[in-house]
Write a protein that binds this ligand. Structure first.
Ligand code: GUN
Length: 301
């Protein structure tokens, strides 16, 4: 990668710049897409009017366009029935101009998201949520799977930081705090595929600080603002903060974003760390574009 991703910080730890890494991925994707006979096509489906989802979906569409993709967005009202949504997915599955389909989550109450996600063709499942892709990842067939974007992006940052710190992922103690299907579980599978010794910790884990302290690679994906304190971190550890939490700011009425890690404390202990914002966050959309490119290449082969 030509971008500088690992940078010095004001503290002890190196900073892992996810914005720079995502730019590098997007540039590569755009370059490769330009050289293809077919245009990669991404369809994003939004049901309802959740403001946060609207922003995410708009950003996904913009990124697709900046990569030179064919980009379509389907906005459906919150009253859309499950069968209507499944009907749309069926048409997108059959559309040769569409290589990637993403149904933005959460779906309105009354729609069974598991059922909906299972109707997406696994070959077009650029979110990596279909049981076929989950299974490919879990059986170690990482190259064949379309992998979930956020942990795939985190993995790329881990590899860059491990290189900078001259550490091996193979044999390292990795602790993933959080067991969601979107981040925690696939993250653990990806680390396992790289031969890390992986622990998945969660809200019921006994002595969570003690478990976290064992980690050479610590992944925080719990959605609790600044839960992981500086003294939970092994000196020199590689810390990846997947959390994005909005909390009250210094001034009344203002808010700010913080991760799941108490960043200022961690900066004095960790060997390398991702900031929030500007760490794992920007990687999700970049990896979505990388997955869409891959799906298009496979479809064209
Ligand atoms: N909502 C929040 N994150 C995601 C994601 O990665 N994919 C989808 N489809 N919906 C989301």
């Amino acid at each position: 990668m030509t971008q500088t991703i690992i940078k010095p910080s004001a503290g002890k730890a190196l900073l892992i710049d996810g914005k720079a890494a995502s730019t590098a991925v997007l540039e590569r994707v755009a370059r490769e897409a330009e050289g293809m006979k077919i245009k990669p096509g991404l369809a994003v489906v939004l049901v309802g009017e959740d403001p946060a989802s609207q922003v995410y979906v708009r950003n996904k569409g913009r990124a697709a366009q900046s990569c030179g993709f064919h980009s379509v967005q389907h906005d459906l009202p919150a009253t859309t029935g499950e069968s209507e949504l499944i009907g749309l997915i069926g048409r997108l599955n059959a559309d040769p101009a569409i290589h990637g389909i993403l149904v933005q989550l959460p779906l309105p109450a009354g729609i069974d998201s598991t059922k909906v996600l299972e109707t997406i063709s696994p070959d077009k499942d650029v979110d990596g949520f279909h049981p076929v892709n989950v299974g490919l990842l879990a059986t170690g067939l990482v190259e064949r799977a379309l992998a979930p974007c956020t942990p795939a992006g985190a993995m790329l940052l881990i590899e860059e930081a491990a290189k900078a710190l001259q550490r091996d992922i193979s044999g390292a103690e990795a602790v993933v705090v959080g067991r969601s299907n979107i981040v925690g579980k696939p993250m653990a599978q990806m680390l396992l595929a790289k031969n890390a010794t992986v622990t998945i910790a969660h809200s019921r884990t006994r002595d969570l600080p003690g478990v976290a302290r064992r980690a050479d690679i610590l992944i925080a994906a719990v959605g609790r603002p600044e839960m992981i304190r500086g003294d939970w971190i092994k000196p020199g550890a590689l810390v990846i903060d997947v959390g994005i939490n909005r909390v009250p700011g210094a001034e009344p009425g203002k808010t700010r974003l913080v991760g799941d890690v108490a960043f200022a404390e961690a900066l004095e202990v960790a060997g390398a760390i991702t900031p929030v914002p500007g760490g794992v966050g920007p990687m999700t959309i970049a990896m979505l574009m990388a997955n869409t490119l891959r799906a298009a290449k496979r479809g064209a082969a």
